[in-house]
Design a protein around this ligand. Structure first.
Ligand code: PLP
Length: 388
């Protein structure tokens, strides 16, 4: 067999491996608390489930337009206008099976040997994986604890070259929970005037999960770059719909047809009942999701001080998403060793920071999308392991 070389460059998302190992340990009768995978522990609200069931019953079993059903794309455009204050057309919205698909398409459109793509490190591991897969040079933007895990405009601008084609931004961020304030984004946008050919992939999948009164800022709001912003968002995190696989990209005029053609080649369209679920999510009451965000905030306020009690841990309070990314260098163990011991010996699933890139060494990621009871139990167990 002679496989295409590119496949050897494709990375993965360790969270799925850790989840599988946790399930294996559970099957052996071990009690595992899973703080690894990045998904809500809530169910999608009933109204959303009912909308999908109704669509199934009403016979919505056919292909839909590749971009998605028009009412859903219109609802997305209205939501973008409401939340980001920018009028956009439903024609520029491409509904896809999950947030990852917009990422894949965007990187696919720009990656080739000789091209440079900048991505956050530590960051969602699929960015680096797909850049490498496409044969482009993956240029890491260090996301540092000393900057509260916000990206630094200067760090980005000094890495740009005439070969830079795509800049990936993610705020609020996985795995750090970091959030980049508007002032830093504005500094970056100003600097990008010197790079008119550079496109931006803005991953805003955690855009509504912000705490302490922080307000989300999107590059889409800035006219000087608007026609080169690809906005990635979706339903997985906000509406607890991760397994239903629904996301969207808002694409500039220059790219929407290319992205749609990729969709036609890959998946034709998203299954229709899920699209109706997504429509209900955007247009129905937001009370349940607001209550979920409030609960995440309460858990955040528990997990951060508890982790800071652990010897060798230093945990920065995150501003968004549902992750904490404590610095564990004081334990004397590297990320992978500590993560493995915490899972195998203490029965708590977490992710090593290095799964999110080389700048993740010295950290582990814990998701607090779990009950306060489990969070407390998990921290107690880690504490016992460290003091044992
Ligand atoms: N972007 C970021 C930053 C994420 O953390 C994730 C999922 O964890 C995604 C995109 C992918 O979302 P989806 O599950 O909708 O594909």
């Amino acid at each position: 067999m002679k496989l295409a070389q590119a496949i050897s460059r494709l990375g993965t998302e360790t969270a799925f491996d850790v989840m599988a190992r946790a399930q294996q340990l559970r099957a052996q009768g071990k009690d595992i608390i899973d703080l690894s995978i990045g998904q809500s522990d809530f169910r999608a609200p009933d109204s959303i489930v009912e909308a999908a069931v109704k669509a199934f019953r009403d016979g919505m079993h056919s292909y839909t337009p590749a971009k998605g059903i028009l009412p859903l794309r219109e609802a997305v455009a209205a939501d973008i206008e409401k939340r980001r204050g920018v009028k956009v057309s439903a024609e520029n919205v491409l509904v896809v099976p999950g947030g990852k698909v917009t990422m894949f398409f965007a990187i696919q459109l720009f990656a080739e040997p000789g091209a440079e793509i900048l991505y956050p490190n530590p960051g969602f591991p699929i960015y680096e994986s797909l850049i490498n897969y496409g044969g482009a040079k993956a240029v890491a933007i260090p996301i540092l604890e000393k900057n509260n895990f916000a990206f630094s405009a200067d760090d980005i601008l000094e890495r740009l070259t005439p070969n830079s084609r795509l800049l990936i931004l993610n705020s609020p961020a996985n795995p750090t929970g970091g959030f980049t304030p508007r002032s830093e984004l504005e500094k970056l946008i100003k600097g990008l005037d010197d790079y008119p050919d550079l496109y931006i992939l803005s991953d805003e999948i955690y855009g509504r999960m912000l705490y302490d009164g922080n307000e989300h800022a999107s590059p889409l709001e800035y006219e000087s770059v608007r026609d080169r912003v690809i906005l990635l968002d979706g339903w997985s995190k906000t509406y607890a719909m991760a397994g239903l696989r629904l996301g969207y990209g808002l694409w500039p005029d220059t790219l929407i047809d290319h992205a749609t053609r990729l969709a036609v080649n890959v998946h034709s369209c998203v299954n229709a009942p899920t699209q109706y679920a997504g429509l209900e999510a955007l247009t129905g009451s937001q009370d349940e999701v607001e209550a979920m965000f409030k609960t995440f905030d309460e858990r955040r306020k528990v997990i951060v001080p508890r982790l800071n009690e652990l010897s060798g841990f230093k945990c920065h309070a995150p501003s968004g998403a549902f992750y904490v990314f404590p610095n564990i260098t004081g334990t004397g163990m590297d990320s992978a060793t500590l993560q493995s011991r915490i899972l195998e010996e203490a029965g708590v699933a977490t992710i090593p920071g290095t799964s999110f890139g080389s700048y993740g060494e010295g950290y582990i990621r814990l998701s607090y999308a779990n009950s306060i009871e489990n969070i407390n139990k998990a921290v107690d167990r880690i504490g016992d392991l460290l003091s044992g």
